[in-house]
Ligand binder design. Structure first.
Ligand code: HEM
Length: 148
């Protein structure tokens, strides 16, 4: 019982952190990329990718391993949202890390880089949004166990 409530507390913190990261991504895109404020845009990308890699590495991947060990992923219908969340999430994080490495190593041509990396940034944003929305479902299922 105590383990369950601890897990819910962590899930709530993760949910709040992920929501804040989502706001930072939106700020980075709207006020940074769209208005050519490269510094703001790049700082938003670095901080979101860094904090997000910690939440995924320290909480989500171990949780996914536990769910897999419990056989949750065998039920593709009931847990389809979680499987899609994990797969889309892995892609989104990988794309985010690739973008950060590109921005960190090529500081000399910010405008050209933003133009060239546009398709990758848009794909990352879309995948991130899908993973985030499915993460909200994962969270709701935990706080309302009868919904699962
Ligand atoms: C852009 C990428 C991602 C976003 C925005 C995201 C977002 C979220 C959010 C908001 C939650 C709800 C909080 C919670 O229940 O703990 C969550 C839960 C979870 N995520 Fe992610 N996530 C991402 C990537 C990943 C990846 C790469 C994995 C693992 C391969 C993963 C596995 C999980 C698992 C297992 C849970 C908890 C489900 C449970 O305990 O029932 N997520 N995610």
């Amino acid at each position: 019982m105590q383990i369950m409530s601890q897990s819910l507390e962590i899930a709530t913190i993760i949910m709040i952190v992920e929501s804040i990261l989502f706001v930072i991504i939106t700020i980075g895109w709207y006020f940074g990329a769209r208005r050519m404020h490269f510094d703001l845009h790049h700082k938003a990308v670095y901080s979101v990718v860094l904090i997000h890699s910690i939440t995924v590495g320290a909480w989500m991947i171990p949780r996914a391993a536990t769910l897999a060990a419990e056989g949750a992923f065998m039920d593709l219908v009931a847990n389809g949202y979680q499987i899609v969340h994990d797969l889309v999430g892995i892609l989104a994080v990988t794309f985010g890390i690739i973008l950060s490495i590109i921005f960190l190593t090529r500081k000399d041509m910010p405008l050209k880089l933003l133009k060239r990396t546009r398709p990758l940034m848009i794909s990352t944003l879309i995948l991130w949004l899908i993973a985030y929305l499915l993460g909200i479902i994962a969270f709701m299922v935990q706080i309302m166990p009868s919904a699962s």
